[in-house]
Structures are given as structure tokens and as C-alpha cells.
Design a protein around this ligand. Structure first.
Ligand code: AMP
Length: 227
């Protein structure tokens, strides 16, 4: 049993899910003139939705989770709250997944209140129904049990963070600081239940070295967690 339930999402799945999401929107009769990608996760789905619905206008807004200093709870913030004149336009705001829903709801509210659109609707490839405080107007997959979706566009970021987490938690539990490349790969597969492939493991280790989180000992061919 992996420690963190993770599903490795392939590019093919993204195309299939986006095409199905576009079909649901089309069948519902909604015809957006402007698609807005919620950056960064909504970029690829939004571009595909434009392709599948034949929409030429694509904008983006960056909404993301922010942990307030000294506060346990998280809230979403808009990074670049710019204004765009969308008067007379039907807008579709697209993200990859609705987890708590804060990110998509904030983007939707901001666009509705500041861009003067005719109408705003929201869409996501996936909606985690038991935890989400917000339900998008359109979604393709309802996720009934929380799981981490390892999307292709965050593969490197997730991989190095996952390796870092595995190494530091193992150190806390057992005092182990030294890892061979093979131990890292085997550990990763066991912890997360997925295999991202050699190219990503190598790149992730390069980043961990660059960030000074691990050190490489060429003599012993081992990666050392800096503690
Ligand atoms: P939310 O909690 O709905 O505000 O989610 C914010 C963003 O975090 C989403 O748009 C995703 O990019 C990312 N995210 C949240 N939960 C997950 C998950 N379970 N799997 C993958 N990405 C996630």
C-alpha cells in the first residue's frame, strides 16, 4: 500500500478527459466566446477546450493557494488581478481539478465582478465531491475518495517534492541519511505507487542538489540528505 495515494495521469488521459468535458459543455448548449485558464493547472485543459469547442479567445488568470503566516488555514489569492473588458461575452473559466474549490471560485468571482461578462461558467476535468466547497458548472470526472493526481505538467515539481518528503520523513523515522539511486527509485515507487521514469528521477535529483537539499558523494555513489 503506498503512503500517499497517487494516480499518474498520462497525456492521453488529459486529451480524453478534455474532449469529454468539451462534449458535456457543448451538449449543455453553453457557447463561450472567451475561455480563461486558471493558471497554472488549468492551462493545458483550457487550451484543449478551446480546440475542441472552437474558441479563439484564451486568457489566463493566476489564482493559487496561499498559506498566511502564523495561520494554519489556507486561502486562495489572485496573483495578478488585472482587468479585461469581457462585456457581452460568455466566459468559461477552466481548471484541472476542484479540490477545496477555493481557487476556481475566487477566479470566477473576480471575473464576474470585474470583467463585466454577460455570463460566467466554470469547468474542471475533475471534481473531488466529498471535500470540495464549490461545485463547478461542468466537470468530467467525479472523484469520490481524495487522491493526488500527478498531472503531466507538474511531474518534475511533484517528483522532487515527493523525493524530498520521502527522504526527510525516513530520516525522522529511522535516522537514515544516505540513499543510493536505486534506493531512491524503489522507495519512490513504494511510497507513491507510481513510476515517473528515469528522466524525471534524474532531473528531480539535479534540482535537489541545486537547492542544497541533498549532497552527492561520488566516492560512495550515494545521495545524502542535508540535515
Ligand atoms: P483547490 O483546493 O480546489 O483550490 O485546488 C487548487 C489547485 O491545486 C488545483 O487547481 C490543482 O492544480 C491543485 N490540486 C489540488 N488538489 C489536487 C489533487 N488532489 N491532485 C492534483 N492537484 C491538486
Amino acid at each position: 500500500m503506498p503512503r500517499v495515494r497517487t494516480h499518474l495521469v498520462t497525456w492521453d488521459e488529459i486529451v480524453e478527459w478534455s474532449m469529454n468535458l468539451a462534449r458535456i459543455i457543448r451538449e449543455n448548449g453553453y457557447k463561450p466566446e472567451l475561455v480563461v485558464a486558471v493558471s497554472r493547472g488549468g492551462f493545458v485543459p483550457a487550451r484543449l477546450i478551446c480546440d475542441f469547442l472552437g474558441v479563439e479567445n484564451l486568457a489566463s488568470i493566476q489564482s493559487q493557494h496561499w498559506t498566511e503566516a502564523a495561520k494554519a488555514e489556507e486561502r486562495a489569492i489572485l496573483k495578478y488581478p488585472f482587468k479585461l473588458d469581457a462585456s457581452g461575452m460568455r466566459v468559461l473559466v477552466v481548471d484541472d481539478i476542484v479540490d477545496t474549490g477555493e481557487t476556481l471560485r475566487l477566479a470566477r468571482d473576480y471575473i464576474r465582478d470585474n470583467w463585466s461578462p454577460l455570463e460566467v461558467k466554470t469547468a474542471a476535468l475533475q471534481w473531488i465531491s466529498p471535500v470540495a466547497k464549490y461545485k463547478p458548472d461542468y466537470y468530467y470526472l467525479e472523484v469520490k475518495e481524495w487522491i493526488w493526481f500527478q498531472y503531466p505538467w507538474t511531474r518534475l515539481e511533484d517528483t522532487y517534492q515527493f523525493i524530498k518528503r520521502m527522504m526527510s520523513e525516513t530520516y525522522k523515522e529511522t535516522g537514515k541519511k544516505e540513499w543510493s539511486y536505486k534506493e531512491i527509485i524503489d522507495g519512490f515507487k513504494e511510497w507513491y505507487g507510481i513510476d515517473v521514469g528515469d528522466m524525471y528521477y534524474r532531473e528531480a535529483l539535479r534540482i535537489l542538489l541545486e537547492k542544497g537539499i541533498v549532497k552527492y558523494d561520488p566516492g560512495r555513489d550515494k545521495y545524502l540528505l542535508k540535515v
